[in-house]
Design a protein around this ligand. Structure first.
Ligand code: HEC
Length: 118
């Protein structure tokens, strides 16, 4: 599950740019009940990645409990795209090396379980 670690930052940024192009293209035609940003996301992959990267372990240190109270829909994050950007920021800052589709999968799981943006 550590695929991509060796692929280098340049390639990852290129993949990220391509992802945004695809994303903006597809969200223009978005419909359906959940956010078009997460429509094609792999929720099972997202759940796996959240465990693998110990997201909750670190959040627990900060907010206690099961860590999920850090995900506050009334806080700074007010849209699906902001949520996606936040997960990408964590990805970059912590050097997790997730691919864009993995970041989207993680954000989709958080949206389903906590944020519930349309
Ligand atoms: C090393 C510690 C650490 C790890 C690991 C970590 N986070 Fe965080 N995360 C934080 C802290 C601290 C905050 C709160 C930042 C703040 O309030 O300014 C936060 C905030 C967030 C928020 C914003 C919550 C809100 O609604 O404002 C999201 C979303 C998030 N993290 C997702 C993730 C995901 C997904 C992962 C795993 C891929 C992850 N984080 C891993 C420390 C961590």
């Amino acid at each position: 599950m550590h695929r991509g670690r060796e692929s280098g930052v340049g390639r990852r940024n290129a993949a990220w740019a391509l992802f945004w192009v695809a994303l903006l293209g597809s969200s223009a035609a978005g419909e359906g009940s959940s956010s078009p940003l997460f429509r094609d996301a792999d929720l099972q992959l997202g759940e796996q990645l959240i465990v693998e990267h110990k997201c909750e372990a670190c959040h627990i240190k900060r907010v206690g409990g099961d860590g999920t109270s850090i995900y506050s829909p009334v806080g700074r994050i007010r849209s699906a795209s902001a949520l996606l950007a936040m997960v990408e920021a964590c990805n970059t800052e912590m050097g997790l090396g997730m691919f864009p589709e993995e970041v989207a999968a993680v954000a989709a799981v958080l949206n389903r379980d906590h944020y519930e943006f349309d």
